[in-house]
Design a protein around this ligand. Structure first.
Ligand SMILES: [Fe+2]
Ligand SMILES: [Fe+2]
Length: 120
């Protein structure tokens, strides 16, 4: 694993920003849920793989946070009835909060840990 390969994490986070923009500007295409779900699963799996491989000390807490997101998204998908503006706003807000709280927080810690890992 080389330092330059860490770009994957930033690149994937950028995808979430694009998904938020799509949600805000979309006009009723609920397939965004599938995209979000697949995106989250792929991204979380990759971060979790690195955490386990490198014995990241905060892996348990980090994976718990991913699981919370997974279940919140799942319940939003189940409770969803209409993909109207109100709903899209709520979804975009949920994702923006995640971006601020998780990606700019705990994910940065993981990034720093991977960067100084002797195995990279
Ligand atoms: Fe992440
Ligand atoms: Fe994460």
């Amino acid at each position: 694993m080389k330092t330059s390969e860490l770009i994957w994490q930033d690149k994937q986070h950028q995808v979430l920003l694009e998904l938020i923009e799509q949600i805000i500007s979309s006009n009723g295409d609920a397939s965004i849920f599938r995209q979000l779900y697949e995106y989250a699963e792929n991204h979380f799996s990759l971060e979790e793989e690195y955490m386990i491989k490198l014995n990241f000390p905060e892996a348990e807490e980090h994976i718990r946070a991913h699981d919370k997101f997974r279940s919140e998204l799942e319940s939003m998908m189940q409770e969803f009835t209409s993909y109207d503006e109100l709903f899209r706003k709520a979804l975009a807000e949920f994702l923006s909060e995640w971006l601020k709280g998780h990606i700019y927080g705990i994910d940065k810690k993981l990034e720093a840990f991977i960067l100084k890992s002797p195995y990279k």
